[in-house]
Design a binder for this molecule. Structure first.
Ligand code: LMR
Length: 393
């Protein structure tokens, strides 16, 4: 039986992580996987999360099963963070998931259960694992144009033109903020136009919100999602806690499904059913940490302050890189780096140029020239800038 299995192509982002680890050169720069790193190249546990962890450890008295759909207090805290105070609790169903990836997967599954003929529209480009999951599910999907590779900004007219083809009951997957892999994002006005179009077509938005707090701030990064949630009758939101709480390995995510007061109970039942059929109970620990951090005023203030430092640190690196490239290229063609938001920017290098920088400079970026800004520090920014120019980007 087992000889029937075919080898699987490794995930490109994760394979790059391994390749970087195996590289023995002293001066190497990892701009691959989307994991935050401080100036020392470390990914520390956030202060408030560490304190919350101690409190959870001291107070936890049992390891018996908890909620099948997750913890209601985690759902409430997440809904408030994503949708704001006064979110419509009566029409919101929530599911705790295995990370943001789990939330995406469960969102796709729910959409298919609700509408077996649904087609899923994803931005071109998008996080490669969106495509990979959809292919694995044998789920019908298509892409809409998103990124203008000349200006390295959103090609909004093309996006709207393509999304006019979405039908009632189709799912339109949008990145809530910090678009992965491009770093180019919609303005609030553009979000408004997307909402108009979705209202016209009857397509259902699904928002992947994996980097709230990494772009323009915790509140600002949720503005597009909140606008969509206010305007559209049905919305799916896949939120991740991996990045903004730095709890990657705890696998903590939340799928929120906004419908009506009438649909809430059935949606909630279907969400719990999905967990049960897939892995039964979701991981508890990360939910407990996030709930504590979000609901304890002292922990929350400290977490927000640290998250803000992370965000502004990345903005400084963006500005430094843009300045350096302006100097070396004697042009403003890399100014987009400072305009982009979040962890990533797609630089516009060819796969050959990306390979040359890996071979020659030990600089690792994803093959489509996506860099993780947080993989840089003040010393490696000039190295990257020099390598880009030398590679002819
Ligand atoms: C990334 O895009 O690098 C992150 O979302 C990590 C992952 O799982 O791919």
């Amino acid at each position: 039986m087992l000889n029937n299995l075919k080898p699987q192509a490794p995930d490109k982002i994760l394979a790059l992580m391994e390749e970087y680890r195996a590289d023995e050169r002293d001066q190497k720069v990892d701009l691959g996987v989307g994991v935050y790193k401080n100036a020392e190249g470390e990914t520390p546990i956030m202060r408030a999360v560490h304190k919350a962890e101690k409190q959870v450890w001291e107070n936890e008295t049992t390891k018996k099963y908890a909620g099948l759909a997750g913890q209601p207090e985690f759902h409430a805290a997440m809904a408030e963070m994503v949708l704001g105070k006064g979110y419509p609790a009566d029409s919101l169903a929530c599911l705790s998931t295995v990370g943001g990836t789990g939330a995406c997967r469960m969102g796709f599954e729910l959409a298919r259960m609700a509408n077996p003929g649904t087609k899923i529209w994803v931005s071109d480009p998008t996080w490669p694992n969106h495509l990979s999951i959809l292919k694995f599910m044998d789920q019908d999907f298509t892409t809409y144009r998103y990124f203008d590779s000349e200006t390295r900004s959103v090609d909004f007219d093309a996006m709207i033109e393509d999304l006019k083809g979405a039908k009632e009951g189709d799912i339109v997957l949008l990145h809530g903020c910090c678009h992965n892999p491009t770093g180019a994002n919609l303005t609030l006005e553009q979000w408004g136009k997307v909402a108009d179009l979705l209202q016209e077509t009857g397509a259902v938005p699904m928002i992947d919100l994996a980097y709230q707090g990494f772009g323009d701030g915790l509140e600002a990064d949720a503005a597009g999602t909140r606008l969509i949630a206010e305007r559209l009758p049905e919305v799916l939101i896949a939120a991740s806690c991996s990045k903004n709480f730095g709890i990657y390995r705890e696998r903590t995510g939340c799928l929120m499904v906004l419908g009506s007061e009438e649909t809430k109970k059935t949606v909630q039942g279907n969400l719990a059913y999905l967990n049960r059929q897939t892995y039964s109970f979701p991981p508890y620990h990360g939910q407990a940490l996030v709930t504590r951090v979000l609901t304890d005023p002292e922990l929350r203030a400290d977490w927000e302050a640290e998250l803000e430092d992370v965000r502004t640190g990345m903005l400084e690196l963006r500005q430094q890189l843009a300045d350096e490239l302006r100097k070396l290229s004697n042009s403003d063609r890399f100014d987009f780096v400072a305009e982009h938001r979040g962890m990533f920017s797609r630089l516009g290098a060819t796969p050959e140029q990306v390979a040359a920088m890996k071979e020659g400079n030990a600089i690792y970026m994803v093959g489509d020239s996506r860099i993780n800004i947080a993989g840089l520090n003040k010393n490696s920014v000039p190295l990257l800038a020099r390598a880009l120019i030398d590679a002819g980007v």
